[in-house]
Ligand binder design. Structure first.
Ligand code: TMP
Length: 218
């Protein structure tokens, strides 16, 4: 099996920049890497992503939202993540099951046991070996995310950015609690540090942690 790394954090925390930098580093070193994201990562899940993030769908019920995330994940694991891990690749995924706990349980208030059950079904035995949590003050992150949305052409993926600040604080607290509960799996990074420093910490940690057999020419 390969090695599964997920990146998590509140809106605008900088995780997407960091996951791309890490993917470039691993690829340059000749390590077989798949970079993907949730919700999305394959055609059917990308269609579900469009529904989930469309700001016009503000009336979506929390339960419908949860089921759509689970449906997108089930397809993504089947079509992309599991086959890549099975063939010995390193999979880098921008958000995964922890996001559902942080957003739909801590953020929306859905019972944790419902979410854990659905995550178990959707993940089909796949679980992250390492999760990088880029921890960031939600006010700072939201400001960054809004600037990015304004500068992006095409559909405005801002349904979550429009949520109240209190929602984003609950999400951050949720992520921190998950990290505290599983310190061996989580690497918590201070998102207020510079892109360069964050990259240095993440790359060092990842290169130390990935199994010898996958580090062909590290
Ligand atoms: P992104 O902006 O990092 O691409 O993530 C899309 C949004 O989806 C983000 O606001 C977090 C949210 N999300 C959930 O609420 N639950 C989930 O399970 C996932 C994967 C993402």
């Amino acid at each position: 099996m390969g090695y599964f790394i997920t990146f998590e954090g509140v809106e605008g925390c900088g995780k997407t920049t960091q996951i791309k930098l890490l993917s470039e580093l691993l690829t340059t070193r000749g390590i077989s890497t798949v970079l993907t994201r949730e919700p999305g990562g394959c055609p059917i899940a990308d269609k579900i992503r469009a529904i989930l993030l469309d700001a016009e769908n503000r009336s979506m019920s929390p339960l419908a939202e949860l089921m759509l995330y689970a449906a997108a994940r089930a397809q993504h694991v089947t079509e992309v993540i599991y086959p890549a891990l099975e063939s010995g690749k390193i999979v880098l995924c921008d958000r995964f099951c922890d996001a559902t706990v942080a957003y739909q349980s801590f953020g929306r208030g859905i019972d944790r046991s419902v979410i854990d059950n659905l995550n178990t079904q959707a993940c089909q035995g796949v679980s992250p070996d390492l999760t990088v949590l880029v921890d960031c003050d939600p006010s700072v992150g939201l400001e960054r995310a809004r600037r990015r949305i304004e500068a992006t052409r095409g559909p405005r993926e801002e349904r979550f950015e429009l949520e109240a600040l209190a929602f984003h604080h609950r999400v951050r607290d949720g992520y921190r609690q998950l990290a505290a509960d599983q310190p061996d799996r989580f690497l918590v990074i201070d998102g207020s540090d510079s892109i360069k420093n964050i990259y240095a910490t993440i790359s060092k940690q990842v290169l130390t942690r990935i199994p010898e057999a996958l580090r062909a020419i590290c």
